[in-house]
Design a protein around this ligand. Structure first.
Ligand SMILES: N[C@@H](CCC(=O)N[C@@H](CS)C(=O)NCC(=O)O)C(=O)O
Length: 246
């Protein structure tokens, strides 16, 4: 037996991913697993029914968000940290890049979580007329303070100014991604890396939310969409009204 999947099986490494359809962070980890050929047991969490706030999910030690990775008996939260951990544990197909690309890959990972994901959640919530049903209110009160406050704000409705600021931040982030893709085919260097995988599921939602992307970004979205790792997930990349990082 050869190859990363067999390597993982031989070492008895069990990978469990708690994920949600319509969650860009989940999609990124699933794409990384597929690119690396690492088999994972997938457990679906229904965000539309607020299953991420149920006590049994919170008992995993999370702050009520997907994805959650169980790997070698350890729980990792944070999709980029999960992808780095998988990349280290299953190095046969490496996606983290060698220095100096490695540092750029990490910067893109932080960029997605800081400059894209929180703003995308707000714009999506507004565009999809997100609502918190009465049945979900108790779950929100179970969350850590920062997440609870964000959900309370979502339930009350984000102000026009807050949505406008989020949309502007996304346009700026899209421009920065476009500028990088004018230089190289992939975000960090000449090959696909975790930088592309982390950013792609978020940027793929821009057109559906009326956020324009430039020519270089469109070409990159098309290249990503054609990858065998992405094709089976395309139908799960739809925008869903839920929150992102606080
Ligand atoms: N920093 C986290 C963010 C994860 C995140 O924002 N997850 C969203 C879906 S993409 C979620 O679980 N939303 C539900 C909620 O916040 O209750 C990561 O990188 O995994």
């Amino acid at each position: 037996m050869a190859g990363p999947v067999h390597d993982a099986l031989r070492r008895g490494r069990r990978v469990i991913l708690h994920y949600a359809a319509g969650s860009p962070h989940s999609a990124a980890v699933r794409i990384a697993l597929a690119e690396k050929g690492v088999a994972a047991e997938e457990r679906r969490v229904d965000l539309a029914r607020f299953a991420q706030h149920e006590p049994q999910f919170l008992a995993l030690g999370t702050s009520g968000q997907v994805p959650v990775l169980e790997h070698d008996g350890q729980i990792t939260v944070g999709s980029f940290a999960q992808m780095l951990a998988l990349d280290e544990a299953h190095p046969a197909i490496a996606l983290g890049g060698d220095e100096p690309v490695r540092a750029q890959v990490r910067e893109w990972g932080a960029f997605v979580d800081r400059e894209i994901a929180p703003h995308l959640a707000i714009v999506r919530w507004q565009a999809l007329s997100g609502r918190v049903p009465a049945s979900a209110l108790a779950g929100i009160e179970r969350l850590p303070p920062a997440r609870r406050d964000l959900w309370r704000e979502a339930a009350a409705g984000f102000s026009v100014e807050r949505v406008a600021r989020a949309a502007q931040a996304l346009l700026a982030a899209g421009k920065r991604i476009g500028a990088a893709l004018e230089e190289t085919e992939w975000l960090a260097g000449a090959e696909l890396t975790l930088a592309d995988i982390a950013a792609y599921p978020h940027i793929a939602q821009f057109p559906a939310l009326g956020l324009p992307v430039d020519h270089a970004v469109t070409g990159w979205l098309e290249r990503m969409a054609e990858r065998p790792s992405v094709r089976p997930l395309r139908e799960q990349l739809f925008p869903l009204a839920t929150m992102g990082p606080a």
